[in-house]
Every structure is written in structure tokens, then in C-alpha cells.
Design a protein around this ligand. Structure first.
Ligand code: F6P
Length: 505
């Protein structure tokens, strides 16, 4: 079993003398003005929440875009601040971007170009040369920040996501001895889809600056190898999952990301002891109804309208659920300045109103749509009071909401309805797996969840909890580091078996 302790031992023994430099666009802590107060918040980002415990355990520097309006007030002369604020464990180095750069690099190339290109949800990507130029420039700004932090000393640079495809090559050229790994948190499409990207040679060459490149799933690795094959001069070895270019090789491997199960379970205990569950009951006016939930960023990849329409079908086909089922949807506003996201918010609100006006009776409404971010304890309380949770992504790299839901259910109750097109469905096979494009199937899945006997719910939930407990975030990081250092898992496991045997004597 991978634990925080075991990961720390790995880092101490094998990465001795290397600094750990994490790079992501989204920062793990944001300082914001709220009226005349300043709040320090964790953003609604699976990536930031998953990696925070790693940095707490290992220390090091996390370089990210300082996007909060009060961020400038909390850094020293070198743009650094120790975080988390209540128990500082690592350094956050903030990188500043002008509004123009942010608009073109983040909202433009990353989220209107690469995001729809990599998620196959039939949303046309936009490719704009000025956005690409800004993307390149931002990658260079981050490269300078990394080089400034490493100062030629040995370091492991761990780059996150599709915002930084060019960064690995930029670093490799300046500092050939760095250990560089990148994890791509979204799917990688097949070469047919990718060939429309106008700057594909430069983008892929940038990624081949990595020593190790990780995706959630094996199919994404295979797609990447196929894309390299069709795009540039490089040798793609399909047996070893390795690509060689300019005599230097990049390993390409699947590492399904996860959460800190045990830490989450501790939080669940404190939620159980508090009054968050009752607070939801009071605020939403729940009586003795069945409760279904959905928790997502408002993003067109998440399949929120599809699940609302499925609920509508359920109420049409099975009148018994009218006045007895409430679906609570939390939608965290995201990337709202992009027209497609704004339009989606409006579509969801209109749909919610339409369904509620069709079915409302007395004080009962079938859909409660809450367009805001809630604290982790409030989300956990919602997990705990629900009968089922719907994750109906049309396409998703992993989806950590599914894993959080499972980790919250200490009572081993609750049913997860999970899209086959979310990476999590490869591990959580005891969920009710659905094709979210098929709204009838989704409606039937809700009914199956509501009819499932307690014994079966428990059996399924126990198995899913065992999976998430074992495949936790420490395992994810441990496997990445072990692979990067080129001792394959079985060898690594032997080393740890010895280490533990020693520490137990
Ligand atoms: O899932 C992909 C991803 O980029 C994550 O890495 C991140 O947590 C999430 O989308 C939210 O994105 P953003 O940081 O753009 O709000």
C-alpha cells in the first residue's frame, strides 16, 4: 500500500539532492478580495486538490499563475509565499501574466483550442495564430521561472497539463540534466482528430523534451504514439512505450490519478460529527425524498444537460418518483468569459427552470441547481446524504468527483452512476456504467440506482472503496517517480519491502 510515508521515503532515498519543482497553470491557493476581507481559497480544480497533499508531504516549490486579485499582496520580493497558510509546508512561486496574455494563452489556445480538440464532444476547436504566439510566450515565461528556481542544481521538474506542451523542450535545451516529467490531465485523441492542429510539429516536439510523459489511460498513450508517428521524425517503440528523437528518449506511460483517500476519510469523520448534513436538509428543504446529486465545473464536457434531460425522462416514464425525488446539481462557474461556457450556463439554467415548471408540486421541485463553489466539507456532506451520484461526462480524462464520492461513503451505501467515457470507469467497474449520450439509458440507470437492494449497494461500494484506497494519489506519484528513475515497479516494490522490514525492526 502506498502511503504518504512511503512516498516521502522514496523521495528521500532516491531523489536525494534533487529539488522538486511542480509547475501548473492553476495555483493551489488563491488570495481574493471579498468585500473588504481577503480570503485564501483552494480552487475548484481536481489537479490542484490532488497535488496539494504531494507537495505537503515532499516540500519544494510549486510554480503557478498568480490569478487572484489579492495575490500580489501576499508574496515576498521574489514572488514567493509559503503555503498552506495555516501550516506552511511548501513554497508557492507566483508567475504574473498580463490580461492580454491570459486571454490568449489560457482562454484562447488552451481552452478553446486544445481543450475541445482533446475531448471528443463535437465542439469545434478554435485555432488562432495570436493565441499560439501567446501560448509560446507564456511557456517561455514559466521556463524562466523554473530555471530561476533550479539555478543549475539537480531538480525534478514535474509539469502539469496541456497548458505547457512547449515547456519541456525549452527546459531541456537550457538545462540538459534536469529530470523532467509531464502529466497530461485530459485525454489524447487519435491522430485523425489531432491532425487538424495547425502547430502540431512544434507542440509534439515540445512534449518530447520530457523524460517521462504520463496520461491517465493506456489508450491515450497509444494515441500519442500514433500521433507522433504521423507527425514527425521520431522512433516510436510500441513495445516499450518509448519515443526516441535526437538520440534522446521519452517514456510514455499510463498513471490513473487519484485522491488522498485516508485524508478524505478523516474529513468525512469530522463532517459526520458536525452539522453540514442537517444544514443541507434545512437549506434545500429536503424531507423524506430520494436524493440524487451531481457536482461539476460548468463545462460542456461534463454532460450536465444530458443528465437533466434523463431526469426529465425518468419523471415522465415513472410517475411514482414525482414528489419523491430531488436532484441537487452543484455547478461551479468555470472559464465563464468563453462564449461556449456562458451559453452552457444559460442552457442549464433554462433547462432546470423548464423541468421544474413541468413537474413542481406544492413545495417540491425536482431539480435544485446551485451555481457556486462549496467547501470540501459541504461537498462531503452532500455525498453522504445522497442515494446516488451521477458523473455523466461526455469525455473526461479521469474525473475525481467519482473517486471522492466513493471515499466519502464510509457507510458503504450510495450508488455511483458513471460515464463509460470518464477515465474513472476503468477502475470503478462496480458503478452503474452508462453511455451519457443515451438519455434513456441514463434515466434507467437512475431507476436502477433507486431500486438497488441495500446488500448490493454495499457490496459494490466496498469494492470501489478498496480500489480507491489502494490506487491513491501517493501510488500515482510513487509510480511516476519510480518510472522516471527507471526502476520498474517490481524492483521498486522489493526496495520498499526491505525499507519497511528495516523500519519495523
Ligand atoms: O481536467 C483538466 C483540468 O485542466 C484540470 O487539470 C483542472 O483541475 C481542471 O481542468 C480545471 O481547469 P481550470 O484550471 O482551467 O479551471
Amino acid at each position: 500500500m502506498w502511503t504518504r510515508q512511503r512516498l516521502m521515503e522514496l523521495i528521500e532515498s532516491k531523489l536525494k539532492g534533487h529539488r522538486l519543482i511542480m509547475v501548473s497553470n492553476r495555483e493551489p491557493y488563491i488570495h481574493r478580495f471579498v468585500g473588504d476581507r481577503i480570503l485564501c481559497e483552494q480552487p475548484a480544480s481536481g489537479l490542484a486538490i490532488a497535488l496539494d497533499p504531494i507537495m505537503r508531504a515532499c516540500g519544494g516549490v510549486w510554480i503557478a499563475h498568480g490569478s487572484g486579485d489579492a495575490d500580489h499582496d501576499f508574496v515576498d520580493g521574489e514572488d514567493r509565499v509559503r503555503v498552506p497558510p495555516d501550516a506552511p509546508a511548501f513554497t508557492l512561486r507566483r508567475v504574473w501574466l498580463s490580461k492580454e496574455l491570459e486571454t490568449r494563452y489560457y482562454y484562447g489556445l488552451a481552452n478553446q483550442g486544445l481543450w475541445p480538440l482533446c475531448h471528443i464532444v463535437f465542439k469545434r476547436p478554435t485555432f488562432n495564430p495570436e493565441d499560439w504566439e501567446a501560448y509560446r510566450e507564456v511557456n517561455r515565461i514559466f521556463a524562466n521561472a523554473v530555471l530561476d528556481e533550479t539555478e543549475d542544481a539537480p531538480a525534478l521538474v514535474f509539469i502539469q497539463d496541456f497548458h505547457f506542451a512547449l515547456l519541456p523542450r525549452m527546459l531541456r535545451e537550457k538545462s540538459p540534466n534536469l529530470l523532467i516529467a509531464q502529466f497530461w490531465h485530459i485525454p489524447w485523441p487519435n491522430p485523425e482528430v489531432f491532425r487538424g492542429f495547425p502547430w502540431k510539429e512544434e507542440l509534439i516536439d515540445g512534449m518530447l523534451g520530457n523524460d517521462l510523459l504520463g496520461f491517465h489511460l493506456r489508450i491515450h498513450c497509444q494515441n500519442f504514439l500514433d500521433t507522433v508517428d504521423c507527425t514527425l521524425e521520431a522512433r516510436a517503440d510500441r513495445e516499450r512505450f518509448e519515443i526516441t528523437r535526437y538520440g534522446k528518449s521519452t517514456m510514455v506511460r499510463p498513471f490513473p490519478i487519484s485522491i488522498d483517500f485516508e485524508d478524505h476519510a478523516r474529513e468525512v469523520k469530522s463532517v459526520e460529527a458536525g452539522d453540514d448534513v442537517q444544514r443541507w436538509h434545512r437549506e434545500i428543504g429536503l424531507r423524506r425524498e430520494f436524493v440524487g446529486i451531481g457536482i461539476d465545473r460548468i463545462d460542456y464536457t461534463k454532460g450536465i444537460p444530458e443528465r437533466f434531460r434523463a431526469l426529465d425522462r425518468l419523471l415522465t416514464a415513472y410517475p411514482d418518483y414525482r414528489e419523491h425525488l430531488v436532484f441537487v446539481q452543484i455547478g461551479v462557474p468555470s472559464r465563464s468569459s468563453i462564449p461556449a461556457y456562458k451559453a452552457l450556463e444559460e442552457e442549464i439554467e433554462a433547462l432546470c427552470e423548464e423541468i421544474n415548471s413541468r413537474w413542481s408540486a406544492g413545495p417540491w421541485r425536482p431539480v435544485v441547481f446551485l451555481k457556486q463553489h462549496f467547501s470540501q466539507s459541504r461537498m462531503i456532506a452532500l455525498h453522504c446524504l445522497s442515494d446516488f451520484c451521477v458523473v455523466s461526462s461526455l469525455h473526461d480524462g479521469m474525473n475525481l468527483v467519482a473517486k471522492e464520492y466513493v471515499a466519502s461513503r464510509r457507510d458503504e451505501d450510495g450508488v455511483l452512476i458513471l460515464s463509460r467515457f470518464a477515465g474513472a470507469s476503468r477502475e470503478l467497474t462496480d458503478a452503474i456504467l452508462v453511455n451519457p449520450f443515451n438519455e434513456e439509458e441514463l434515466a434507467e440507470a437512475m431507476r436502477t440506482a433507486l431500486l438497488m437492494p441495500l446488500e448490493e449497494r454495499k457490496k459494490r461500494m466496498q469494492r470501489m472503496r478498496a480500489t480507491v484506497l489502494e490506487n491513491n494519489i501517493y501510488r500515482w506519484t510513487g509510480k511516476i517517480i519510480s518510472t522516471l528513475l527507471r526502476f520498474e515497479a517490481p524492483v521498486a516494490d522489493q526496495i520498499y519491502a526491505e525499507l519497511f522490514a528495516k523500519s519495523n525492526h
